[in-house]
Design a protein around this ligand. Structure first.
Ligand code: NI
Length: 169
Protein backbone atom coordinates (compact mmCIF):
# COMPACT_ATOMS: atom_id res chain seq x y z
CA UNK A 1 0.00 0.00 0.00
CA UNK A 2 1.26 3.46 -0.86
CA UNK A 3 1.45 5.79 2.11
CA UNK A 4 1.89 9.56 2.12
CA UNK A 5 5.42 10.83 2.78
CA UNK A 6 5.58 13.44 5.53
CA UNK A 7 7.60 16.56 4.82
CA UNK A 8 9.97 18.84 6.66
CA UNK A 9 8.13 20.61 9.46
CA UNK A 10 6.43 17.49 10.84
CA UNK A 11 7.55 16.64 14.37
CA UNK A 12 8.03 12.92 13.62
CA UNK A 13 10.98 13.82 11.35
CA UNK A 14 12.74 15.59 14.23
CA UNK A 15 12.17 12.88 16.83
CA UNK A 16 14.49 9.90 17.44
CA UNK A 17 12.64 6.74 16.40
CA UNK A 18 12.02 3.79 18.73
CA UNK A 19 13.70 0.38 18.49
CA UNK A 20 11.68 -2.42 16.89
CA UNK A 21 10.98 -5.24 19.36
CA UNK A 22 8.27 -7.20 17.50
CA UNK A 23 9.33 -8.89 14.26
CA UNK A 24 5.76 -9.68 13.32
CA UNK A 25 3.37 -9.36 10.39
CA UNK A 26 2.88 -5.63 10.94
CA UNK A 27 6.64 -5.08 10.47
CA UNK A 28 6.52 -7.03 7.18
CA UNK A 29 3.57 -4.90 6.03
CA UNK A 30 5.38 -1.72 7.01
CA UNK A 31 8.49 -2.71 5.02
CA UNK A 32 6.35 -3.67 1.98
CA UNK A 33 4.60 -0.29 2.16
CA UNK A 34 7.93 1.52 2.54
CA UNK A 35 9.33 -0.16 -0.58
CA UNK A 36 6.20 0.54 -2.65
CA UNK A 37 6.16 4.16 -1.52
CA UNK A 38 9.89 4.61 -2.16
CA UNK A 39 9.69 3.15 -5.67
CA UNK A 40 6.63 5.23 -6.54
CA UNK A 41 8.25 8.48 -5.35
CA UNK A 42 10.81 7.50 -6.82
CA UNK A 43 13.71 7.41 -4.38
CA UNK A 44 16.69 5.28 -3.35
CA UNK A 45 16.02 5.28 0.38
CA UNK A 46 13.23 5.73 2.87
CA UNK A 47 12.97 5.63 6.67
CA UNK A 48 9.83 4.70 8.63
CA UNK A 49 9.49 8.16 10.27
CA UNK A 50 8.94 9.54 6.75
CA UNK A 51 5.68 7.55 6.73
CA UNK A 52 4.82 8.92 10.18
CA UNK A 53 5.88 5.64 11.83
CA UNK A 54 8.39 6.37 14.64
CA UNK A 55 10.30 3.06 14.36
CA UNK A 56 13.96 2.30 13.57
CA UNK A 57 13.40 0.80 10.12
CA UNK A 58 14.80 1.89 6.76
CA UNK A 59 15.01 0.59 3.21
CA UNK A 60 17.56 1.36 0.50
CA UNK A 61 17.66 0.31 -3.16
CA UNK A 62 20.16 2.19 -5.30
CA UNK A 63 18.54 0.66 -8.45
CA UNK A 64 15.07 2.01 -7.44
CA UNK A 65 13.66 -1.49 -8.03
CA UNK A 66 15.12 -1.87 -11.53
CA UNK A 67 17.23 -4.85 -10.53
CA UNK A 68 15.96 -7.59 -8.26
CA UNK A 69 17.70 -8.58 -5.07
CA UNK A 70 19.35 -5.24 -4.35
CA UNK A 71 17.00 -4.14 -1.61
CA UNK A 72 18.58 -3.46 1.76
CA UNK A 73 16.16 -3.56 4.69
CA UNK A 74 17.59 -2.53 8.03
CA UNK A 75 15.88 -2.76 11.40
CA UNK A 76 17.56 -1.19 14.43
CA UNK A 77 20.72 -0.31 12.46
CA UNK A 78 23.85 1.10 14.11
CA UNK A 79 27.23 2.15 12.71
CA UNK A 80 30.16 -0.09 13.53
CA UNK A 81 32.67 1.68 11.26
CA UNK A 82 32.87 5.06 9.52
CA UNK A 83 35.85 6.49 7.67
CA UNK A 84 36.96 8.77 4.86
CA UNK A 85 35.13 11.82 3.54
CA UNK A 86 33.00 12.56 0.48
CA UNK A 87 31.20 15.67 -0.72
CA UNK A 88 28.18 15.10 -2.98
CA UNK A 89 24.74 16.53 -3.69
CA UNK A 90 22.00 15.06 -1.59
CA UNK A 91 18.21 15.31 -1.48
CA UNK A 92 15.37 13.81 0.52
CA UNK A 93 11.79 12.75 -0.26
CA UNK A 94 10.72 14.75 2.82
CA UNK A 95 12.41 17.88 1.47
CA UNK A 96 11.22 17.75 -2.16
CA UNK A 97 12.71 20.22 -4.61
CA UNK A 98 15.82 20.99 -2.56
CA UNK A 99 19.34 19.60 -2.83
CA UNK A 100 22.60 20.51 -1.19
CA UNK A 101 26.17 19.30 -0.99
CA UNK A 102 26.59 17.38 2.24
CA UNK A 103 29.88 16.14 3.71
CA UNK A 104 29.71 12.47 4.71
CA UNK A 105 32.18 9.67 5.50
CA UNK A 106 33.00 7.76 2.30
CA UNK A 107 32.79 4.28 3.81
CA UNK A 108 30.57 2.86 6.52
CA UNK A 109 29.73 -0.51 8.03
CA UNK A 110 26.27 -0.84 9.56
CA UNK A 111 24.97 -3.66 11.71
CA UNK A 112 21.27 -4.26 12.14
CA UNK A 113 18.53 -6.85 11.76
CA UNK A 114 16.35 -8.00 8.89
CA UNK A 115 12.53 -8.25 9.09
CA UNK A 116 12.88 -11.65 10.80
CA UNK A 117 15.23 -10.31 13.47
CA UNK A 118 18.34 -11.98 12.02
CA UNK A 119 21.56 -10.00 12.17
CA UNK A 120 22.70 -8.30 8.96
CA UNK A 121 25.91 -6.39 8.29
CA UNK A 122 26.11 -3.98 5.37
CA UNK A 123 29.28 -2.31 4.12
CA UNK A 124 28.92 0.64 1.79
CA UNK A 125 31.15 3.09 -0.04
CA UNK A 126 30.24 6.08 -2.21
CA UNK A 127 26.51 6.47 -2.81
CA UNK A 128 25.59 3.49 -0.62
CA UNK A 129 27.61 4.93 2.28
CA UNK A 130 25.79 8.23 1.76
CA UNK A 131 22.35 6.57 1.61
CA UNK A 132 23.03 4.56 4.77
CA UNK A 133 24.06 7.68 6.68
CA UNK A 134 21.10 9.67 5.35
CA UNK A 135 18.61 6.98 6.44
CA UNK A 136 20.23 6.39 9.84
CA UNK A 137 20.08 10.15 10.37
CA UNK A 138 16.30 9.96 9.82
CA UNK A 139 16.08 7.36 12.60
CA UNK A 140 17.81 9.83 14.93
CA UNK A 141 15.44 12.65 13.97
CA UNK A 142 17.90 14.39 11.62
CA UNK A 143 17.48 15.61 8.06
CA UNK A 144 20.29 16.39 5.61
CA UNK A 145 19.48 20.06 6.23
CA UNK A 146 20.82 19.60 9.76
CA UNK A 147 24.23 18.69 8.25
CA UNK A 148 24.51 22.02 6.40
CA UNK A 149 26.07 25.25 7.55
CA UNK A 150 23.49 27.42 9.35
CA UNK A 151 23.41 30.03 6.58
CA UNK A 152 22.68 27.45 3.89
CA UNK A 153 20.11 25.64 6.01
CA UNK A 154 18.28 28.83 6.95
CA UNK A 155 18.01 29.81 3.28
CA UNK A 156 16.26 26.52 2.42
CA UNK A 157 14.05 26.62 5.53
CA UNK A 158 12.99 30.16 4.61
CA UNK A 159 11.98 28.99 1.12
CA UNK A 160 10.03 26.06 2.63
CA UNK A 161 8.16 28.44 4.97
CA UNK A 162 7.24 30.60 2.00
CA UNK A 163 5.91 27.52 0.16
CA UNK A 164 3.93 26.49 3.23
CA UNK A 165 2.33 29.93 3.52
CA UNK A 166 0.95 29.63 -0.01
CA UNK A 167 -0.19 26.05 0.56
CA UNK A 168 2.44 24.45 -1.66
CA UNK A 169 4.19 22.37 1.01
NI1 NI B 1 15.52 11.50 3.45
Amino acid sequence: MLRPIVKHGERVLQTPALPVTQFDESLHTLVDDMLQTMYAAPGIGLAAPQLDIPLRVCVIDLTVGKRGGEVITLVNPVFVERDGMQLEEEGCLSVPGFQATVPRPSRVVVKGQDVHGHEVVVEGTGLLARALQHELDHLDGRLFLDRLRALQRDLIVKKIRKLRRVGKW
